[in-house]
Design a protein around this ligand. Sequence first.
Ligand SMILES: C[S@@+](CC[C@H](N)C(=O)[O-])C[C@H]1O[C@@H](n2cnc3c(N)ncnc32)[C@H](O)[C@@H]1O
Length: 202
Amino acid sequence: MNTKTVALAENQAPDWWLFLNKFLRQGTGIAALAPSSRWLARAVVSGIDFTNTRCIVELGAGTGPITSELMRHATGDCRAVIVERDADFCQRLRQRFPHADVVEADANDLERLLGERGIDQVDHVISGLPLPSFPPEVRDGLLHVVHRRLSADGTFRQLTHMPWVYYKLYKRYFTDVRFRLVPMNLPPGGVYVCRGATPLAA
Ligand SMILES: C[S@@+](CC[C@H](N)C(=O)[O-])C[C@H]1O[C@@H](n2cnc3c(N)ncnc32)[C@H](O)[C@@H]1O
């Protein structure tokens, strides 16, 4: 297949196929064999009081299973900023969610992205990013921004395919960390729901 044919095939491929191909090529940068199941996506947003939510940021949206849940629940008063660095995924996100603010960018530019949009406070940050594989200083930098921008009773929600393994990691950053297991996913996964910023070294 020439490059044009591959591009066309990727454009029309089902999500799982596009995802798997990207995983095989990029490994830890994608960090999952397949998009999150609808059960995992629902667990990630479960408990969010959308009537009192004014701003949600999703980092590492992929093909959009969690975005879809956000769009289903978010009221007209809720602003959602969807950040994904992969151009093919962004194209799908924009096709599927034409009214969403889909940003093709590195999540590590979060401070700038919020500043450009005039956003001071975020009620919930949802991350599908492979955070454990980020260099510690990069992860610290991103979580510093999350700490600064998260509202007092806001949550940071981190998707995982390694149930409980990174509990201690998130406890370094947040005072209250709870884990929800979701067996109905390939592989079984879950979500850390984190509250309360632990002060980080400057
Ligand atoms: C495990 S997948 C999760 C995808 C989607 N949220 C889901 O639940 O199916 C991780 C996603 O994070 C994206 N990603 C990885 N590093 C990123 C970064 N530094 N900035 C923005 N997106 C990133 C990848 O392109 C991929 O789409």
